[in-house]
Design a protein around this ligand. Structure first.
Ligand code: ATR
Length: 295
């Protein structure tokens, strides 16, 4: 494998550009992750953070489509409004109602959502199991939960139970998932007796809430005694990497899937769309500060 130092990539007229559109972008790990992957494979690509104000989104995306861009990622606050700036939106992204990845081919911009598939791949690669035919409990009903639930349903999860602090949002999300075709989703009150009953028959527990995220480390989204050793436990929070939920799950002997996996595998899906090549995921994990995901 070529190394970064032995293989510097020149920036020239053939350089394919990729970017991240959002605002603010100061915290983003994506440029480091993708640029490392391009260098490792010796690809003449460059990934740029591009801060864009809401009012400029249409102008910027129209300009990008005329430039040497292979595509781009989209993050907060543009993931929904970007759909009005594209030539086409893939059906899964339509169902999710948000786009995080755009490809540009012959000047045509097409939007996709790779967040959910990134989550599924991270469970397969890091957790070592398929989501097909599994019973899954999701905590939370925000934007990330929507991408994950829609994709889990599309990819063949047997049952999805959603619990959320604001129960009406869980109902709305479950209804939207079920309307996509498979009646596999229901809600559970965010209360210990109800959670406990469902968790008894759950294979995979997923936290999509922001509970446990910096600066609220140490908080667990459900009462700790409800976590049992038969679960695969996933937290999409990656700051800190080891959330309180994952600490508890480790103590109970659960298999763990950290949030960095979803970040890397959603990026890997975009990388494949832009380059036509499999992404070097180990290098991508390494670039964002870890050598291997915890098992
Ligand atoms: P994202 O786009 O990352 O999914 P989001 O759309 O703001 O973020 O969703 C945040 C999720 O975390 C929601 O499910 C939210 O619950 P509500 O729908 O009740 O707001 C959940 N959440 C945030 N803070 C929480 C807290 N202190 N306790 C429980 N749930 C919380």
């Amino acid at each position: 494998m070529r190394t970064e130092t032995s293989n510097p990539i020149p920036i020239d007229t053939r350089t394919r550009l990729v970017g991240l559109l959002g605002q603010p972008l100061g915290h983003s790990l994506s440029p480091a992750m993708h640029n490392r992957a391009f260098r490792i494979l010796g690809l003449n690509y460059c990934y740029l953070p591009i801060e864009v104000a809401d009012r400029d989104l249409k102008t910027v995306t129209a300009g990008i489509a005329k430039m040497n861009f292979a595509g781009y990622n989209v993050t907060i606050p543009h993931k929904i409004r970007i759909m009005d700036c594209l030539d086409a939106v893939d059906p899964l992204a339509q169902a999710i109602g948000a786009v995080n990845t755009v490809t540009i081919r012959n000047g045509r911009s097409t939007g996709y959502n790779t967040d959910g598939i990134g989550f599924v791949r991270s469970i397969e690669a890091v957790g070592g199991l398929s989501i097909k035919e599994k019973s899954i409990m999701m905590l939370g009903s925000g934007g990330a939960a929507r991408a994950i639930a829609m994709t889990l349903a599309q990819q063949g999860a047997a049952r999805i139970a959603i619990a959320n602090r604001t129960e009406a949002k869980a109902h709305a999300l479950a209804g939207d998932v079920n309307r996509q075709g498979r009646e596999c989703c229901r809600t559970v009150p965010m209360e210990p007796p109800a959670l406990e009953t469902v968790l008894r028959h759950t294979d995979i527990l997923v936290n999509t809430t922001s509970v446990g995220m910096h600066p609220r480390e140490g908080e667990c989204p459900i009462p700790e005694h409800l976590v049992h050793g038969g679960l695969v436990v996933c937290d999409i929070v990656y700051n800190p990497r080891q959330t309180r939920l994952l600490d508890i799950a480790r103590q109970k002997g659960c298999r763990l899937v950290e949030g960095l996996g979803m970040l890397v595998y959603q990026g890997a899906a975009g990388f494949r769309m832009w380059t036509g090549l499999e992404a070097p995921v180990d290098a991508m994990f390494d670039a964002i500060g870890q050598n291997a995901a915890v098992k």
